[in-house]
Ligand binder design. Structure first.
Ligand SMILES: [Zn+2]
Length: 114
């Protein structure tokens, strides 16, 4: 006897069988892909939040911002969309910056014009 990994019901079949039915196999695979999709959507959401925060600061004409203030606004320092390791330059979409002491410093010259 085997136990279905989707519904936990016992079933008989080959030793490599994981599901009692096609229905359970489909349900399992569907929910797995839904979780993966949710992770991606969550990450996009966090990237967009970071972008919105630094975009507002950058557009206000601010050249640099204290990292603690950024954190207070909900900015996640671990999320970027680009890294230039050679020059320690980071970016979130079109906004590039670097870190100096406790500040995030915007790099105006590398910002892509819209
Ligand atoms: Zn099942």
């Amino acid at each position: 006897m085997r136990i279905c990994i989707q519904c936990n019901e016992r079933f008989s079949g080959r030793s490599d069988k994981k599901f009692c039915s096609d229905y359970c196999r489909n349900q399992y695979n569907y929910s797995k892909s839904r979780y993966a999709e949710k992770d991606i959507l969550d990450l996009h959401c966090r990237i967009r939040k970071n972008h919105r925060i630094i975009c507002n600061i950058y557009k206000s004409g601010c050249g640099k911002i204290d990292i603690n203030i950024l954190k207070g606004l909900g900015y996640n320092l671990e999320i970027v969309t680009g890294i230039n390791l050679e020059n320690s330059i980071f970016s979130i979409y079109d906004i590039s910056f670097k870190f100096e002491e406790n500040y995030l410093v915007f790099l105006h010259e590398t910002v892509v014009k819209k």
